[in-house]
Design a protein around this ligand. Structure first.
Ligand SMILES: Cc1ncc(COP(=O)(O)O)c(C=O)c1O
Length: 284
C-alpha cells in the first residue's frame, strides 16, 4: 500500500508527492527538515520540533509556510491514513522552485512535505549492549547547528563508520572539538559529572539533548555544557548519544576500545529510565 504524504496543503499518495527538478531543496539542499519518533500515534515535544523548523527557516530567510501551524493536525491525519502505530515522521520545508542559480530569488513559495510511516524501534541490543563508535575523519560543516538539508558530511561520516565496522561516527567541528554524532548529540560522564558539547560548537540544539539536561538537573546529576576535546573521550566513564528516534543510546566501544567496563553505565541507565517515563507522560 502506498504511503500518504502531506504536500503543500493536500494529502496525496507518495507517487503524486513528486518534487520538481527545479526545487531548491533537491538542487542545493536549500531547506530544513525534522525527524520525530511516533509513539502509538503520539509525538514527544512536537512544538519544539516546529520551533526548531521555524528557527532554521529564519536562518535561511525562507518564509515559514502557513501549514507549519497545523503540524499537529497534519501528523494526526497521517497517523490515521497510514495506520501508524509506532514509527517515524519527517517534516521537510524547502525554499521551493526557482531557476537554476544559487541566489534563488524567484523561489517564493516554499514546499512543505510531511510523511509518517511505521518503523520498528531501534534493536534492543543497542540499548542493552551499547553501540560502537569511532571518530570520523569527516568534519562537520559550520552550518551544523541548523537542521538543514545539507547532510553530506553526516552521510559521509556514517558511511565511513559503517565501512570501518562501527555503528556511528563522532564528528569534530571546525575547531577539532567533539560536537555530536552523525544524527545525535553526545554526552560523556567524566568524574561523575555529565558533560556535553555546548551549542556554540556547531552542535544541533537537540530536543532529546534538552530533555536529558532537564532530567539530569531533576535527578541532581551535575551537568556542564562546554568544549569537549577528543582526548577526553578515552577517559569517559560513560558515553551516550541522544536523538528523537534513538532516544538515549549507550556507547560502550570507541574505536575498538571498551568505554570503561564496556557496558551501559549507571548514569546512562538512570537517564534512559527517566527519559522513557517522560516520553510516556508527555507524548501527545
Ligand atoms: C546532527 C544531529 N544532531 C543531533 C540530533 C538529535 O536531535 P533531536 O534530539 O532533536 O532528535 C540530530 C537528529 O536527527 C541530528 O541530525
Amino acid at each position: 500500500m502506498s504511503m500518504i504524504l502531506f504536500r503543500n496543503g493536500q494529502f496525496v499518495p507518495e507517487q503524486e508527492a513528486g518534487v520538481s527538478p527545479l526545487d531548491r531543496g533537491f538542487l542545493y539542499g536549500d531547506g530544513v527538515f525534522e525527524t520525530l519518533r511516533c509513539y502509538e500515534g503520539k509525538f514527544f515535544r512536537l512544538a519544539r520540533h516546529v520551533e526548531r523548523t521555524r528557527a532554521g527557516l529564519a536562518r535561511l530567510s525562507i518564509a515559514p509556510p502557513a501549514w507549519l501551524d497545523d503540524a499537529a493536525d497534519i501528523l494526526r491525519e497521517l497517523v490515521t491514513r497510514n495506520a501508524v502505530a509506532g514509527g517515524v515522521a519527517r517534516i521537510v520545508v524547502t525554499r521551493g522552485v526557482g531557476e537554476f542559480g544559487l541566489l534563488g530569488k524567484q523561489a517564493t513559495e516554499p514546499l512543505m512535505l510531511v510523511a509518517c510511516w511505521n518503523q520498528p524501534p531501534p534493536a534492543a541490543a543497542r540499548y542493552e549492549r551499547g553501540i560502537n563508535c569511532m571518530i570520523a575523519q569527516q568534519r562537520l560543516m559550520a552550518t551544523a547547528g541548523i537542521k538543514s538539508l545539507n547532510y553530506l558530511p553526516q552521510v559521509l561520516a556514517r558511511r565511513e563508520a559503517d565501512a570501518a565496522g562501527a555503528d556511528d561516527g563522532l564528528m569534530l567541528n571546525s575547531h577539532g572539538h567533539v560536537a555530536e554524532a552523525t544524527a545525535a548529540n553526545i554526552f560523556l560522564v567524566l568524574r561523575r559529572e555529565l558533560v556535553t558539547p555546548s551549542l556554540e560548537g556547531e552542535v544541533l540544539p537537540g530536543i532529546t539533548r534538552a530533555a536529558v539536561l532537564e532530567l539530569a538537573h531533576a535527578e541532581k546529576v551535575p551537568v556542564v555544557e562546554r568544549v569537549v576535546h577528543a582526548t577526553e573521550l578515552v577517559h569517559a566513564e560513560e558515553i551516550f548519544l541522544t536523538s528523537s528516534v534513538g532516544e538515549i543510546t549507550p556507547v560502550t566501544r570507541l574505536s575498538g576500545h571498551w568505554v570503561k567496563v564496556g557496558q551501559p553505565g549507571p548514569i546512562t541507565r538512570d537517564l534512559m529510565r527517566a527519559y522513557a517515563a517522560l516520553v510516556k507522560r508527555d507524548a501527545k
